[in-house]
Ligand binder design. Structure first.
Ligand SMILES: [Zn+2]
Length: 244
């Protein structure tokens, strides 16, 4: 008889297959990333249907088939309804989903990633989340997710010479993995000039101090710099992963 595995999981991807089947991309507490095949789940009388869907936190049970894992039972723990019903939040959830899909390939239990995903989806599902903070959640996710993957940027001293930073002359270098001083610009000609506000936002984000981050009044110019820097760092890390 087949062994039944049971675990809690965050569902971050779903894809319809033929014959009313569907495959879910999940991040499971006990196993990390897995794909689960749900047989005939799109049929009207499927008993699996109510327990699992995109962005649910579910308890799932599965068996290992010859080539794939088959879902045998699913019970919902949290539907994250507030994400599903808000177009902007849903867009951010799909961006997070895409990042997970790109960066987490193999099956490996990771409690740090698990707790971080519970944290992020919990914040995104919060009905009190303001419009400004919706976009900030994505940056909060990206920087802290990369930190968990081992790409936490250096922000407290120059990433090249380790010297003290002068707040009026600071640059962000993807290549050197953090903030660098003017003297060290030779090490990365593509480093972008940033300001001390940007470093402050990043420091609070990496401290996961959401209480403070969510109340920050950010100047549009700094917000713009921060968004560009986040986007560039994302593309840089993605290029590293693409070569792995
Ligand atoms: Zn330096």
């Amino acid at each position: 008889m087949a062994v039944h595995y049971r675990t809690k999981a965050i569902i971050f991807k779903k894809q319809d297959l033929s014959d009313f089947d569907r495959v879910f991309g999940i991040f499971a507490f006990d196993f990390g990333r897995l794909d689960l095949h749900a047989k005939a789940i799109r049929k009207i009388n499927s008993k699996l249907k109510s327990g699992i869907d995109i962005f649910y936190l579910s308890e799932v049970e599965f068996i290992r088939g010859r080539s794939k894992r088959m879902l045998t039972d699913a019970g919902v723990l949290e539907k994250n309804n507030n994400i599903i019903q808000d177009v902007q939040k849903l867009k951010i959830a799909f961006q997070i989903s895409e990042i997970l899909d790109k960066f987490i390939k193999g099956q490996q239990q990771d409690k740090e990633i698990w707790e971080f995903l519970i944290d992020v989806f919990g914040k995104l599902n919060n009905p009190q989340l303001s419009i400004n903070n919706k976009q900030l959640i994505l940056c909060y996710f990206i920087w802290n997710f990369f930190a968990v993957l081992g790409y936490k940027p250096e922000i407290s001293k120059c990433a090249v010479c380790q010297g003290k930073l002068n707040p009026y002359n600071i640059y962000f270098s993807n290549k050197e993995g953090g903030v660098i001083c003017k003297k060290c610009l030779y090490a990365d000609k593509e480093a972008e000039k940033i300001n001390s506000d940007v470093v402050k936002i990043l420091r609070l984000i990496l401290k996961k101090d959401w209480q403070v981050v969510s109340k920050l009044k950010i100047e549009p110019a700094s917000q713009n710099l921060f968004d560009i820097m986040s986007n560039n760092y994302y593309n840089h890390i993605l290029s590293i992963f693409s070569f792995k």
